[in-house]
Design a protein around this ligand. Structure first.
Ligand SMILES: [Zn+2]
Length: 140
């Protein structure tokens, strides 16, 4: 019995001799596990780069004029916020509706990072936010 598992192979990684194994086996068990871990690490590292970014659009609450649109950095600079973070938190407050006194109307959407890279500085969309799209804020 044990058909097809009568080969003696040498692990390509550590050189460990493995007897009575399949002919196509190339790595011993521990090296296979290590390679899998490495694969997972690579995968995770690759996916930590955000493929999608938040795109903000800001209107004047009174006149409805488009004031700024772009990433939080771009809008913060345009509207005079001292940092992208302070702009983002202002948007969160504005969208939550708890601060009615805000002079801006905000919209927030997720778009592809490649879209940002290939875009001109200001995108002219005139679409008003329809209702509250219940944004999920992720901190950290
Ligand atoms: Zn090995």
């Amino acid at each position: 019995m044990n058909k097809g598992k009568h080969f003696t192979r040498v692990c390509l990684d550590c050189g460990k001799v493995m007897e009575n194994v399949a002919g196509n086996l190339r790595f011993c068990a521990s090296c296979r596990r290590e390679r899998h871990n490495q694969y997972c690490r690579d995968y995770r590292a690759h996916n930590e780069k955000p493929a999608r970014v938040m795109w903000y659009t800001v209107w004047d609450a009174k006149t409805g004029d488009l004031l700024a649109s772009g990433t939080s950095e771009m809008c913060a600079r345009r509207l005079g916020y001292k940092s992208a973070n302070s702009f983002a938190s202002a948007v969160s407050h504005g969208l939550s509706g708890s601060h009615r006194t805000y002079k801006y109307t905000f919209a927030r959407e997720r778009i592809d990072r490649s879209e940002v890279d290939s875009l001109p500085p200001v995108r002219t969309i005139r679409k008003k936010p329809a209702g509250a799209p219940t944004p999920t804020s992720c901190k950290g």
